[in-house]
Structure formats: C-alpha cells, structure tokens
Ligand binder design. Structure first.
Ligand code: 3PG
Length: 356
C-alpha cells in the first residue's frame, strides 16, 4: 500500500537526520492551543532517538509570514512544548542556515534534537528554491532527509520538494500512517462505506464527494453546505433537511431527526470517512450533532474510521482529551493535504521521496 521508503529502510545509527515536520500549530496570544501536530511527530522522533541517530534536526513552517521575519510566528515556543514531550534535550536555533546553525548543531549534545526557525521567514521556502534547500542541507550537514510533515506534503516547497534532490529522502512514520490509512479508504475499503461531509466550503468538498461517489455506499452532507441548500447529483447522497436555529433564525446545526438518520447510517457502516463538522461546534448547543456522531463512531471497534479536515480533526482531538475511551483509526493532522489525497490528487512532497 505504501510504496515509498521510510526510516525503517535506512541505517541512521550515528548519522545526522534532517526531518521536515509540520509544527504549524494553532496559537492564541502566543500560546499553543493544540499540540496534536507536535504529538503526531513523536513516533518518528522516538524511533530515531532509540535507533541511535547522532543528531535530529527539525525544520517546519508556522503560519504564513510570506518571506519575512514575524516574531509572533517564531517556532521558539514550539521547541519548549516539544522539550516537555521527549526524553532528550531540545535546542532552538533562530536561523535555518549559516554559521549560527553550524555552531549550534555542533554544540548540541549527541542524540539530541535541534529545531530550526520558521522556514517561511525566507522567500526561498515557498519558491521551492534549490539554493535555499542546499544552504540548509550544507549548514546542518545531514546524511538523510525524512519527510514527516504530512500536513504540508501537498505543497511543492523547498522543504518538501527541492530538498529531496540534495539528500537521500524517505518518509517518516506519520507520513506512512496517514498516507496508508487515507489511501486504503479510497482503494480498498471495508464495505459499506459511509462518507460524511460537513463544513462550509462546497468548492473544497465537491472533489471529495465526486471521488467517493463510485466508492461509497452513502454520502451524507450536513453542516453549512447542507443548510446553504446543497443539491445532490446522485441518489447515494443524503442531505440534511432540517436544522436547529438561533434566535435570529440562523441554521447552526442539523436537527435531532436528521442526526438520528445519520446515526442509523453509522450503525450499518464498516468504513467511515468524516470531513467537516455538522454544525457551529464552537457555539454550544450547536455541537450536538457532531458530538453524537463522534461518540457513535468512536465507540465502535469494528470500523475503519478516518477523521480529516482541520476543523473536524481539531474538534475530535479536543474531545478525546476528556473522553479517551473514544477511538478512531486515524485523526488526520492534514487539512488540505488529506483532502487532496482523498480527492485523488498527487502530493508533490510524497512523490519526491525514494521509491521502495
Ligand atoms: C496546514 O495547516 O494545512 C499546513 O500546515 C499547510 O499550511 P499552508 O496551508 O499555509 O501551506
């Protein structure tokens, strides 16, 4: 199923490994409000640490500073959060190439992690510049490149594409897991397959609906797309018909009877792909349908369940923090990346890695 080499295929003991992670975490007043993406990088980091990597150098972007230094988008706080989750020291360096990086890496203890500054402070990152990629590789003096930033793998940037022409490049464990589970949902799913679509932007979700039409047994459309009057083009597609409203008449969640119908579909499914919340989940009680759905999926252990899309994954991830009994096959870290993969588009950062 996964046809790229991974860190399990390389001998990295005693080597310096450059790892692209996606630490594009949500921030509020300088504080990280969800560490899902940091935690999701731990299996790869722990594998490299326990396998005896000499140094692990991490690169990532944060936000969209568009080639300039924006101090609020520094990765420094992320280094602090990471240090609390791993067993080795974490050093932060406020550059991505040049003498400070060379010196900082030399001084970092053997077996430790070094996180470099936000790649998007430099225009070369989004321009997919080979020079920018080469400067990073030469400064960190790495032996291998590992792509583990699943959420950014749909971008052709210096740290996802150009850099793979500078070093032998393989996938990390997060990329392997995300791509394997998401691909199996479209290529070899256990039947019946139920796809649940919510959220607001029909132009983002239509390619997903089109891709799943021949694969799914049912596609359920809720959320703002449904309340805005989505018109299905197939009998397989069920669209929520009634909605709960606020005092001004805004339709903010699907009705109880629509939720019941959806839960009946869930009970009969063996594969569920859920992308997009069903209501305005941040505004109680308009999270009710999404909550009931998350519970109905999470209690089943005979089901392949894929939760994807930034808002849906964030919602479910928050829920799991207080309800650890709820289990899902995959809560994807990728917003656009998972949508593009499921829609059948090529992912440049994946294509660029060494084949098996
Ligand atoms: C994401 O949050 O979806 C990824 O980190 C990619 O970020 P981008 O949409 O700014 O490229």
């Amino acid at each position: 199923m996964f046809n790229k080499q991974t860190i399990k295929d390389i001998k990295f003991k005693g080597k310096t490994v450059l790892v692209r992670v996606d630490y594009n975490v949500p921030l509020k007043d300088g504080k990280i409000t969800s560490d899902l993406r940091i935690k999701a990088s731990l299996p790869t980091l722990e594998y490299l640490i326990s396998g005896g990597a000499k140094k692990i150098i991490l690169i990532s972007h944060l936000g969209r500073p568009e080639g300039t230094k924006v101090s609020e988008l520094s990765l420094k706080p992320v280094a602090g959060a990471l240090a609390n989750l791993v067993s080795v020291p974490v050093t932060f360096i406020s550059d991505v190439s040049g003498p400070d990086v060379e010196e900082g890496i030399k001084k970092a203890p053997k077996g430790s992690i070094v996180l470099l500054e936000n790649l998007r402070f430099w225009p070369g990152e989004e321009k997919n510049s080979s020079d920018f990629a080469r400067e990073i590789v030469e400064s960190v003096n790495a032996d291998f490149f590992v792509q583990d930033g699943f959420a950014v793998i749909h971008r052709a940037h210096a740290s996802t594409d150009a850099i793979t022409r500078e070093l032998p490049s393989v996938a990390g464990l997060l990329v392997e897991k995300e791509v394997s589970v998401l691909s199996s949902a479209i290529s070899n799913p256990k039947k019946p397959v139920l796809v649940i679509i919510g959220g607001a932007k029909v132009e983002d979700k239509q390619p997903l609906i089109d891709k799943f039409l021949p694969i799914a047994d049912k596609i359920y459309v809720g959320g703002k797309i449904a309340s805005d009057g989505y018109k299905p083009n197939s009998e397989k597609i069920v669209v929520a018909a009634d909605f709960k409203t606020d005092s001004e008449g805004n339709k903010l969640d699907i009705s109880d009877s629509d939720t019941e119908k959806l839960l009946e579909l869930v009970a009969g499914a063996k594969t569920i792909v859920w992308n997009g919340v069903l209501g305005k989940v941040e505004d109680k009680p308009f999270d009710e349908a999404s909550l009931k759905l998350a519970e109905a999926i999470g209690v089943r252990d005979d089901l392949t369940s894929v939760i994807c899309g930034g808002d849906t994954a964030g919602y479910v991830e928050n829920l799991i923090e207080t309800r650890p009994e709820l289990k899902y096959s995959l809560v994807s870290t990728g917003g656009g990346a998972s949508l593009e993969l499921l829609s059948g588009l090529e992912l440049p950062g994946l294509e660029a890695l060494e084949d098996k």
